[in-house]
Structure formats: structure tokens, C-alpha cells
Design a protein around this ligand. Structure first.
Ligand SMILES: Nc1ncnc2c1ncn2[C@@H]1O[C@H](COP(=O)(O)OP(=O)(O)O)[C@@H](O)[C@H]1O
Ligand SMILES: Nc1ccn([C@@H]2O[C@H](COP(=O)(O)OP(=O)(O)O)[C@@H](O)[C@H]2O)c(=O)n1
Ligand SMILES: [Mg+2]
Length: 239
């Protein structure tokens, strides 16, 4: 039986599993990334003269993050940065660390934060937009803290797609995109890591009043009708 993760509030506030040790899972390859350059964060220069509007998009594997991000892009003109897609692009580009990212994704573990944050930052820096959807990030407290340190930016909104495990498993196994991690073994590992590493991040933003929890069960259009008001409240986003 799959446990339901939909009623998460108790889990979110209390869970600090020992698998947090996974956060220490690291390797040295990120040292081969470009050295850190000072960034100006919210002062404008780093984001081409506008204060960035950052939305983090959280939820378990298969909860529908990518699907809803597409709709947000269409309706509200955001730039979609999927952390997973950026990492998969590194694998395809066949860099020396690509193989290590591939192993990490196959295991359902979290790639060292420095790697992921630098990929995200690079995309933000080269974008002409100032509205960003950062999908599948932060997946751990370590991710969150690294983002704050490296970009000096903070999210304005955090969306959380709340979905029962059995539904997430069903969707992932039917995803049919040829992903190495869309198999039952990896999905089970990913669900454990989601619970132990990602839920503390959800809890963190809940306490800070930034979290919008969306019931991720229903058709994609029905779910988007819960998402729409979050952005429609900001008049500047109407396209
Ligand atoms: N509301 C929904 N109902 C049923 N299937 C969905 C829904 N939203 C997305 N899917 C499908 O489920 C799979 C996972 O969705 P995806 O957007 O990739 O989720 P995530 O990015 O959170 O892993 C995809 O095949 C997608 O087409
Ligand atoms: N912040 C992130 C995001 C993804 N990843 C890796 O990339 C995998 C796929 O992430 P994804 O966001 O594309 O997955 P879905 O939630 O869309 O299924 C994760 O299981 C991790 O191995 C990561 O290490 N750190
Ligand atoms: Mg996705």
C-alpha cells in the first residue's frame, strides 16, 4: 500500500528523518564549475534592471509541476527553469560531471546544490525576463541555503503541489518520456527523499507565509484554476 502524502501538515512540521544525511551526499565534481562571481541579487543589475519575481515550484515526483508550469508560462509570461531539465541537459552535453549527475538521478538522490544553483543562476542571468518559475527546486534545505547564498535572492511565492503517493507513482510510470528515473525502484527512493528532504523546505516556507498549497488531484485544467488566482492577484502578470 502507498501512503497518502496529501495530508501533509503533520509530516511537514515534524519530519526530520535521519536520511537527512543524504544532504551530505556530495562529490567534488562541482569544483570544476566556474568559480563564484559576486552577484548583485535584488539590486537590479544582476537581473537586467528589474527586481526579479521568483516562484519556487515544489511537489513530489509526478505531482504535475512541469505541466502546471507550462500553463503559468502561457498565461502569465514567466520563464520556466526546471532544475531537473537543466541537470539532464548537462548529462546530454557530455561534460565530465554529466556522468555523475546521471548516476545521482538514477539513484533518485539530490545533486550537490552548488551545481544546480549555478545552472539556475546562469539561466537567470542570461534571461531578458524578470519573472521566473524555478521548478523542482529547492529540493532540500541545503538547496535552499545555497540558492540564498549564491544568488542573494529569495522567492516571492512558493507553490506546493500536494498529491497522494499512489497518484504520483501512477503518473510517473505513465510519463513515457524515456527518463532513467521513471521506474518503480527509483520512484520509491525519490518518494523517501521527497519526504525527508523536501518537506522541511515546504514547512520552512509555510512558516514564512509564502506557501500556496494546491490540491494536485484532478485534471490539469482543474488544478490550474487553483493556481491562476495566485498569479492573477498580481496585475502586472496579465499578458
Ligand atoms: N492533473 C493531472 N492528471 C493526470 N496526469 C497528469 C496531470 N498533470 C500531469 N499529468 C501527467 O503526469 C505526468 C507527470 O507530470 P509532470 O508535469 O511531469 O510532473 P512533475 O514535473 O511534478 O514530475 C506527465 O505524464 C503528465 O502528463
Ligand atoms: N533541485 C534538484 C532537482 C532535481 N534533481 C535531480 O533530478 C531528478 C529529477 O528531477 P525533476 O524535477 O526533473 O523530477 P520530477 O519531479 O519532475 O519528476 C531528481 O530526482 C534529482 O535526482 C536534483 O538533484 N536537484
Ligand atoms: Mg518535472
Amino acid at each position: 500500500m502507498w501512503r497518502r502524502v496529501a495530508s501533509l501538515s503533520s509530516l511537514i512540521s515534524s519530519k526530520r528523518s535521519s536520511t537527512l544525511n543524504q544532504a551530505a551526499y556530495s562529490f567534488k565534481f562541482f569544483e570544476s564549475f566556474t568559480t563564484e562571481t559576486p552577484t548583485q541579487g535584488k539590486d537590479g543589475r544582476f537581473f537586467k534592471g528589474k527586481t526579479p519575481f521568483i516562484t519556487f515550484v515544489l511537489g513530489g515526483p509526478g505531482s504535475g509541476k512541469g505541466t502546471q508550469c507550462e500553463k503559468i508560462v502561457e498565461n502569465f509570461g514567466f520563464t520556466h527553469l526546471s532544475a531537473g531539465d537543466l541537470l539532464r541537459r548537462e548529462i546530454i552535453s557530455n561534460t565530465e560531471y554529466g556522468a555523475k549527475i546521471l548516476d545521482t538521478i538514477k539513484e533518485g538522490k539530490i545533486v550537490p546544490s552548488e551545481v544546480t544553483v549555478k545552472l539556475i543562476r546562469k539561466e537567470m542571468e542570461s534571461s531578458d525576463n524578470y519573472k521566473f518559475l524555478i521548478d523542482g527546486f529547492p529540493r532540500s534545505e541545503e538547496n535552499r541555503i545555497a540558492f540564498e547564498r549564491i544568488t542573494e535572492a529569495d522567492p516571492d511565492i512558493v507553490l506546493f503541489f500536494d498529491c497522494p503517493e499512489e497518484e504520483m507513482v501512477k503518473r510517473v510510470l505513465n510519463r513515457n518520456q524515456g527518463r532513467v528515473d521513471d521506474n518503480i525502484d527509483t520512484i520509491r527512493k525519490r518518494l523517501k527523499i521527497f519526504e525527508s528532504l523536501n518537506l522541511p523546505v515546504v514547512n520552512y516556507y509555510s512558516k514564512r507565509g509564502k506557501l500556496y498549497t494546491i490540491n494536485a488531484v484532478g485534471t490539469a485544467d482543474e488544478i490550474f484554476e487553483q493556481v491562476r488566482p495566485v498569479f492573477a492577484a498580481h496585475e502586472e502578470f496579465s499578458t
